[in-house]
Design a protein around this ligand. Structure first.
Ligand SMILES: *[C@@H]1O[C@H](CO)[C@@H](O)[C@H](O)[C@H]1NC(C)=O
Ligand SMILES: *[C@@H]1O[C@H](CO)[C@@H](O)[C@H](O)[C@H]1NC(C)=O
Ligand SMILES: *[C@@H]1O[C@H](CO)[C@@H](O)[C@H](O)[C@H]1NC(C)=O
Ligand SMILES: *[C@@H]1O[C@H](CO)[C@@H](O)[C@H](O)[C@H]1NC(C)=O
Length: 592
């Protein structure tokens, strides 16, 4: 009767907390208060036979991960399963019903696996700060999520899982807590920022390089961690079809988690992720995507969201809001990190097909872009976002970093008109963008840094409120902050396929000429960027990955930028980026 929560303490390990289903946060994800989105525990108790998997019957199949660090706690993740494959299940009102029709899927079992964790400041686990135990079952695809607590701020920890009462252990992971909210931070804090990691399109060298350099404190992912469509290029995405069901999304994430560099990144760094469209479906908005809407989209989104919460080491910050992943982190008095969801939460209609007003529904969207009541994130999240910006400024945090999916700055080709070419970015939600600028202006909020992904190219801009406030592209005067938008880990350039630099670089040149606030742009390289955040200044380094077809540590430095506290623009030293970049096009600078 091990499943009677709170009654039985397994005698074997009196020092450890008793096991329960509740201790495994995977059962709460995405929200146990909403039937269909999480598994009612009553349903799980009913399905138990009372027997546990022995250590020989289960494996830690997908490594370990940690994420959403706070000053005294962090989320840790693993999977302890009788199979490397994933569990098929159908979501029905009131719970999850196992289905047996999928030949690729394992048979859901009523047996549970029991998992223990330890977290310690040393790698030999002599200074254990917290420990715990919990069950996992097929209902949550055998995933395990704990909140490891009782930790010290801004401290490195090692954590490890084992089968209860057994010496069968997972690999050890390393993680780090954040500095406490009002703590003066003793040294600069470094982040690696990623987006758009398409497994079939290449190896995740970008993740591995930061592990090899051991160059950051935390990892941010701005979405498109997986892709939903069927693809088989450099390597095949399983399942070999577009994802719709819970099994599909679990299997897709699990396939990505076989990349050694991704596994290493998860096991060496605490991640702070948000999703973009492809975690559900291409060009998703509140009620649909490019190729699905209505009930099909609703069920698909439900499955995708659930698999994401099971497999990603993130917190559920509001149990009554099962879609909410927008959340914030205070990193001492150095910066606040606001992670937005401009994609799945409550976004108004986007461009599903077609471009720049030609084809698909893009003409329809063109007529909506100016509507005052249009929103990219929903009014509830907007109110929260503006409030967070104001609070962060008034508490005196030096910087405000905003992790966001799509590019914030206006982007035009400027060939015939100034019309933006991608309404699937903030350019399709003009009033919402104005409200962000208005908030910064009204509150005299300084040192705002937008971080963006989604575009598969690199864009570095001052935050210029075009048409509302004068902006001088040579000096940066009039800017409200900066935007760093990173290229993809592997996803193809927006120019598609392999476009040589002699084609890519002149297009970058055209783009920086057409957009006054755009100071550097590159279309050629896949890659990522690192931020080094101090009180006096913040710097960014962009890296490019030359080869995606094999696992490799090669990378090239593409450009570097500085932002001085209080200047609200990219530093000109003497021009932006020190006047030199190694790819793309740099305003008033050379490309070597
Ligand atoms: C666990 O891993 C071992 C070693 O790779 C393998 O032989 C065994 O079949 C796995 N067991 C399960 C249940 O997956
Ligand atoms: C759109 O989505 C919202 C929230 O997810 C839901 O309340 C609403 O019913 C949906 N509308 C349609 C037309 O499906
Ligand atoms: C937004 O404003 C337009 C034009 O005023 C109106 O037609 C539409 O119904 C409004 N939408 C909502 C959701 O209020
Ligand atoms: C932002 O910087 C300006 C110029 O230095 C200053 O006047 C303003 O008070 C600052 N805002 C806040 C909230 O400190």
């Amino acid at each position: 009767m091990f499943y009677q929560v709170g009654v039985v303490v397994l005698a074997a390990a009196a020092t450890l907390a008793e096991a329960s289903f509740e201790n495994n946060l995977a059962y709460g994800s995405p929200s146990k208060r909403h039937p269909g989105l999480a598994v009612p525990l009553a349903h799980i108790y009913k399905r138990q036979t009372g027997s546990l998997y022995t250590a020989n019957e289960v494996n830690f199949t997908h490594g370990v991960a940690s994420g959403d660090p706070y000053d005294t706690s962090v989320i840790i993740w693993t999977r302890l399963a009788p199979t490397a494959d994933n569990v098929a299940a159908e979501i029905v009102p009131g719970g999850v019903v196992p289905i047996y029709s999928d030949p690729e899927a394992a048979q859901p079992s009523t047996k549970a696996a029991c998992v223990e964790f330890k977290i310690s400041t040393d790698q030999t686990f002599n200074n254990v700060a917290d420990s715990g135990r919990a069950y996992t079952t097929s209902d949550v695809d055998y995933t395990v999520k704990f909140e490891a607590a009782n930790l010290q701020p801004f401290t490195t920890y090692y954590y490890r899982f084992n089968v209860c009462g057994s010496s069968k252990t997972s690999p050890a992971g390393r993680t780090k807590t954040l500095p406490s909210k009002n703590q003066k931070v003793s040294r600069n804090v470094k982040l690696a920022v990623y987006s758009c990691s398409n497994y079939p399109e290449g190896y995740f060298n970008a993740y591995g390089n930061v592990v090899r350099k051991d160059s950051v404190d935390y990892v941010l992912h701005l979405g498109d961690y997986i892709y939903e469509y069927k693809a088989d290029e450099v390597r095949k995405a399983l399942p070999d079809r577009e994802t719709y069901t819970l099994y599909d999304y679990r299997k897709r994430i699990a396939t990505y988690r076989t990349d050694v560099d991704l596994l290493d990144s998860h096991s060496r760094f605490a991640w702070i992720p948000v999703w973009d469209d492809h975690e559900v479906a291409n060009n998703a908005w509140r009620n649909g995507s490019s190729n699905s809407d209505g009930e099909v989209f609703r069920k698909r989104k439900q499955a995708a969201v659930r698999a994401y919460f099971e497999w990603m080491p993130l917190r559920q910050v509001d149990m009554d809001d099962s879609l909410r992943i927008w959340r914030s982190f205070s990193v001492g008095d150095l910066f606040d990190l606001l992670m937005l969801d401009t994609r799945q939460y409550d976004r108004d209609l986007t461009v599903l097909n077609g471009v720049a007003g030609i084809g698909g529904n893009s003409q329809e969207v063109e007529k909506l872009v100016d509507l005052q009541n249009r929103t990219i994130m929903g009014l509830k999240q907007e109110a929260w976002f503006y409030d967070q910006l104001r609070q962060s400024s008034s508490r005196g945090a030096a910087w405000r970093l905003v992790g966001n999916q799509v590019i914030f700055s206006r982007m035009t080709l400027g060939v015939f008109t100034d019309t933006p070419f991608n309404r699937d970015q903030w350019d399709g939600y003009l009033a919402n963008r104005d409200r962000v600028y208005q908030t910064l202006a009204d509150g005299k909020i300084n040192n705002t840094v937008m971080l963006s992904g989604d575009s598969h190219a690199a864009w570095v801009s001052d935050l210029a409120w075009l048409g509302k406030k004068d902006y001088n592209e040579a000096t940066g005067a009039g800017s409200f902050g900066v935007e760093f938008a990173g290229s993809a880990v592997t996803s193809k350039s927006p120019l598609s396929g392999v476009v040589p630099r002699w084609i890519a670089d002149p297009i970058s040149k055209l783009l920086i000429n057409a957009n006054p606030e755009l100071q550097w742009q590159d279309l050629y390289y896949r890659g990522y960027f690192e931020l080094d955040i101090g009180y006096e200044a913040l710097s960014a380094q962009f890296f490019g990955i030359p080869d995606l077809k094999k696992r490799s540590g090669d990378e090239v430095l593409l450009a570097r930028f500085l932002v001085r506290n209080g200047e609200n623009r990219l530093a000109r030293n003497p021009t932006v980026g020190g006047g030199v970049a190694y790819a793309g096009a740099l305003k008033n600078g050379k490309v070597q």
